[in-house]
Design a protein around this ligand. Structure first.
Ligand SMILES: Cc1cc2nc3c(=O)[nH]c(=O)nc-3n(C[C@H](O)[C@H](O)[C@H](O)COP(=O)(O)OP(=O)(O)OC[C@H]3O[C@@H](n4cnc5c(N)ncnc54)[C@H](O)[C@@H]3O)c2cc1C
Length: 490
């Protein structure tokens, strides 16, 4: 456990509250914005405490991909029929094993309504599809595949794309946060920025009735007449928590705004709150989907470990559990076929006429890569990939000259979206407080802690042991809305 104290403060020790509201929301990312909007719209007086200078959080830095479906107007306009059941079947498999069935069912059943909620908050979605493998389309297209068309998922549910993107080129999280923060303010929520919540205030019955915070070094007390909603994000930025709960990410890069220190999780845990899925993480390998689909991804032993056309988060997750360094192997024909817009500044670092030379340069055991490529080529010639079931559309014999790309060197697509060199992997945490579908935080005995709610990455959402892009902003806002409404209801 992290050593910074987070002990709850008894109400009897609070001499006076400097501020008071019906609902206190702690943290102004996507989950906090959704909670603040709904609580305010339900008639509650709301204050949002944010440690940074204003709203945003990791949400504002994000790609802005939203995992939504079940038959949205964008899906229909692009010619796809979808149902909540198909969406559920895909997510149950892709976010599993151990996806949260109750949360997931609700999330899928009400996904079209949630999509319309974003539109009503002023977000627009182009009714067009980006039909190519990518971490992040460089266009404003409103729809993209997020692994639904790859094996084994295409055998589990009818493949339908559900990656919804607001109308922004490349990363669109800033646009989502701009619209949601405005909506929360217009609904009446007030923001107290530069205000770091440090502890919860608890009355003699155990009910959470306020928050102690620090504003420019001054201690400030906030009373919550109805409830406190913790939307403080995950814990990837706290090395001690990471070591305790999700050590798989230790030493790797962090997909965050630098403020995901798990403070909300710890404040609630200090009250006896239960946590769930704390070891589960999202991982992103800096390998280009457009490149790995046309070539192959191998581990330090020169072995393939997954069908390269899956959602890139899945090949990343698989890489995390395979020996590093990882390599993207491609031939000249494959490299030349990648559209410039999907290259993100990635150039091969190693080029060789033979695989034996490449093995020597990369430190791969002699003969290993030759065997992998020979097997791949033998099956590709027959349009087959019996080991990993890569889509035949991507299968082609790899021919010399060969090239290798090291994901650890990062991306440089130009502008501010560069990923600097590192281990090749960066990620964020998925586990957090155990909550009901209405955001009530449960204690270790399974009973709700009165007055306490949570959503977003401070809580455990729909995820089991898997992750798909768009499900963090998606479940953060979906369950943030429910937590805000529940807190406003007292
Ligand atoms: C580069 C990048 C790309 C991503 N792309 C996507 C994507 O396309 N789709 C997707 O679904 N997800 C994506 N993610 C992940 C996603 O952005 C986050 O998981 C999600 O935004 C978390 O939302 P949140 O509201 O829980 O937390 P945050 O957005 O991090 O908000 C938490 C807020 O709480 C504040 N806070 C923390 N502790 C305290 C405290 N003690 N007191 C007061 N304030 C506090 C923080 O300052 C922050 O503003 C991406 C993330 C990054 C960084």
């Amino acid at each position: 456990m992290s050593s910074r104290p987070v002990r709850p403060v008894p109400l009897s020790q609070v001499e006076a509250f400097e501020h008071e509201a019906d609902v206190l929301v702690v943290g102004f990312g996507c989950a906090g914005a959704a909670a603040a909007f709904e609580a305010s719209s339900a008639g509650a007086d709301v204050i949002v405490l944010e440690r940074a200078g204003g709203p945003g959080g990791s949400s504002a830095l994000s790609g802005g991909e939203l995992y939504l479906g079940g038959g949205t107007r964008v899906q229909r306009a692009c010619g796809f029929d979808d149902t909540p059941d198909e969406m559920y079947a895909y997510l149950e498999a892709a976010l599993g094993p151990h996806a949260d069935a109750e949360k997931l069912r609700l999330y899928c059943d009400e996904s079209v309504e949630h999509f319309e909620w974003f539109r009503a908050r002023g977000l627009t979605f182009e009714e067009s599809m980006y039909d190519a493998p990518s971490w992040m389309p460089p266009t404003r297209d409103g729809l993209m595949w997020l692994g639904e068309n790859a094996w084994p998922y295409n055998t589990i549910a009818r493949p339908v794309p559900r990656g919804h993107r607001p109308a922004a080129e490349n990363f669109g999280g800033w646009l989502i946060m701009e619209r949601l923060a405005s909506a929360a303010h217009e609904a009446g929520a007030r923001t107290h920025a530069d205000t770091l919540a440090t502890a919860l205030v608890v009355d003699e019955s155990g009910r959470v009735v306020g928050v102690v915070a620090s504003n420019y070094g001054k201690t400030v007390h906030y009373r919550a007449r109805r409830g406190v909603v913790l939307t403080t994000g995950g814990f990837v930025d706290d090395e001690e928590m990471l070591a305790d709960h999700a050590p798989v990410l230790l030493g790797h890069g962090k997909v965050s705004d630098g403020l995901d220190d798990g403070s909300g999780i710890r404040m609630a845990a200090a009250l006896g709150a239960a946590t769930r899925r704390m070891a589960q993480v999202e991982a992103a390998l800096t390998a280009l989907p457009a490149m790995v689909c046309r070539g192959m991804l191998v581990n330090a032993r020169g072995q393939r470990f997954i069908n390269e056309d899956v959602y890139p988060g899945m090949f990343s997750h698989a890489a995390l559990h395979n020996p590093a360094p990882w390599w993207v192997i491609i031939d000249e024909e494959g490299y030349d076929a990648i559209p410039e817009r999907d290259l993100w500044g990635v150039r091969p670092q190693h080029v060789a006429e033979t695989l034996a030379e490449l093995e020597e340069e990369l430190g791969i055991p002699a003969g290993a890569l030759e065997t992998t490529v020979a097997t791949y080529n033998r099956h590709a010639a027959e349009g087959d990939d019996p080991h990993f079931h890569k889509n035949p559309a991507w299968l082609r014999e790899l021919k010399p000259p060969f090239a290798a790309v090291n994901p650890a060197l990062g991306f440089d697509p130009g502008g501010s979206d560069a990923v600097p060199p590192g281990t090749g992997i960066a990620g964020f945490t998925l586990g957090g407080l155990h909550t009901t579908v209405d955001g009530a935080v449960l204690d270790v005995s399974g009973s709700p802690i009165a007055g306490l709610f949570a959503a977003g990455r401070a809580s455990s959402g729909i995820h089991g042991e898997g992750y798909v892009s768009g499900t963090s902003l998606g479940d953060g806002t979906f369950f943030g809305r429910r937590a805000g409404r529940a807190a406003a209801g007292g």
